[in-house]
Ligand binder design. Structure first.
Ligand code: SF4
Length: 431
């Protein structure tokens, strides 16, 4: 038996609390910037937040800062400034928005962004490497690039106990140990392994709960939109990984999603078509883009973005706290490798989603300024179409640049896609 008050408190709590945590996070960054404190610049695919949090270093995710300029509809100002400074209109829009933030001495719509004391990145995207070089030139700070061995062949991921996995794990571990030494030099603090254990314990809760939340969207109707709500959860999963606040948020999110699933409360009132989104969202018209689908009763039940942009946390990997450094290296190897696989071979991720989530259609969203995620998507579409009898839509735009986002033609394509889905469904009923 449920009460209206119970439902009111629970339903939508993840979005409300997520927005509040975001405000707190940016307030902390603003304060750090104003006081000239230290912070680390990191990326979503392999932030190594566990080590940084063990040194109490606030983390800045420039990718998240950049997408926030698009959501707040001012990205064009930042992109324009970076292009005037000399960056090509062609390159990753996140880089350009961040360059403009740096040129403005940290000025951002959500508050001031502090300058980096250190940058940590992985090889998950080639752009990360060139991007960090910009900060190195601007601020002369240490840049630590963690080289993560990828999957060597299709379906060939190796695991604990395999000699190749163990060699890769040792390789990652040695790099993490170097990062710890650099953190000691930068912060002047001694590394505390018990503090790392505590951070890893909180990170375990975030990962296992994130994995459960994703699983819970198999229910009919789906309990959250992978495109809109999912992006809020993803932000918390990245920014608050390893913190008590992050762990509590995700435990409560599981509670909310279980409640919605048990009571048949969907993300929209009338779910007709279940969709999967492939690529990076269209942030310049973030809400409107989603509405063009929900107006037809389409809900996004999953996305490849929720895999790769969570840095592989979707795996639900749990660290063994009895051997923290070794286990951290295993976790970083497994999750970042998985993030790379779900980005470069989005067909594997789709194979795992289509039947499990009862998918009616796939929406491919290749974008101008992220080639890493968009290259080969047309081939992926063809490949998936041969294996699965699922309708698909290919709609091109951008994650940042409103000059290449044209709503009217996009809507025409989306409307035609739904007309096709309706006719498919009718034909299936006649069989
Ligand atoms: S994955 Fe795409 S959006 Fe992210 S840094 Fe690389 S090029 Fe930019």
């Amino acid at each position: 038996m449920t009460t209206n008050t119970e439902s009111k408190d629970l339903v939508g709590r993840g979005n409300r609390d997520g927005a509040e945590l975001f405000r707190q996070w940016f307030n902390e960054l603003n304060q750090t910037a104003n006081e000239g404190g230290q912070c680390a610049y990191v990326f979503v695919m392999g932030s190594i937040n566990e080590i940084l949090k063990a040194f109490d270093l606030p983390v800045v995710f420039p990718e998240i800062n950049s997408l926030q300029t698009a959501v707040r509809r001012v990205a064009h100002e930042y992109l324009g400034e970076a292009e005037d400074y000399g960056y090509s209109p062609d390159i990753c829009g996140y880089v350009k928005a961040d360059v403009a933030v740096q040129l403005r001495h940290g000025e951002h719509p959500m508050g001031n962004i502090p300058q980096p004391s250190l940058a940590v990145l992985t090889n998950a995207c080639n752009t990360y490497i060139k991007w960090a070089e910009i900060w190195q030139r601007m601020y002369d700070v240490p840049v630590v690039t963690i080289d993560i061995p990828g999957t060597r062949e299709a379906g060939g991921q190796t695991w604990q106990g395999n000699e190749h996995f163990d060699a890769d794990r040792r390789y990652v571990q040695a790099q993490l140990e170097e990062l710890i030494t650099i953190c000691e030099q930068v912060t002047g603090k001694k590394f505390d392994i018990d503090k790392l254990r505590e951070v890893m314990k909180q990170a375990n809760t975030v990962s296992t709960c994130w994995n459960k939340v994703l699983d819970l969207n198999r229910s009919r109707p789906s309990v959250f939109s992978a495109l809109t709500d999912g992006t809020i959860y993803l932000g918390v999963a990245n920014g608050f990984r390893g913190t008590e606040a992050g762990a509590r948020y995700f435990q409560q999110l599981v509670e909310e999603m279980e409640y919605k699933a048990a009571h048949g409360i969907g993300t929209i009132t009338d779910e007709i078509y279940r969709l999967v989104f492939v690529g990076v969202p269209c942030y310049p018209i973030f809400r409107r883009f989603n509405e063009m689908f929900t107006e037809w009763g389409g809900t996004f039940v999953h996305s490849t973005y929720l895999w790769f942009a969570s840095g592989g946390a979707n795996r639900g990997f749990e660290y063994d706290l009895k051997r923290p450094i070794e286990s951290l290296a295993e976790g970083v190897l497994i999750t970042v490798r998985d993030a790379m696989d779900s980005m470069f071979h989005q067909d594997y991720a789709l194979d795992a989603m289509i039947d499990d989530y009862h998918v009616d259609g796939i929406v491919y969203h290749p974008i101008k300024s992220c080639r890493t995620v968009s290259t080969g998507l047309a081939d992926v579409r063809q490949h998936v179409a041969k294996k699965h009898d699922v309708a698909s839509l290919f709609v091109e735009s951008d994650m940042m640049d409103r000059r290449v986002v044209t709503e009217a033609p996009m809507k025409n394509r989306i409307d035609a896609f739904f007309e096709g889905l309706a006719s498919r469904r009718q034909q299936a009923l006649l069989k």
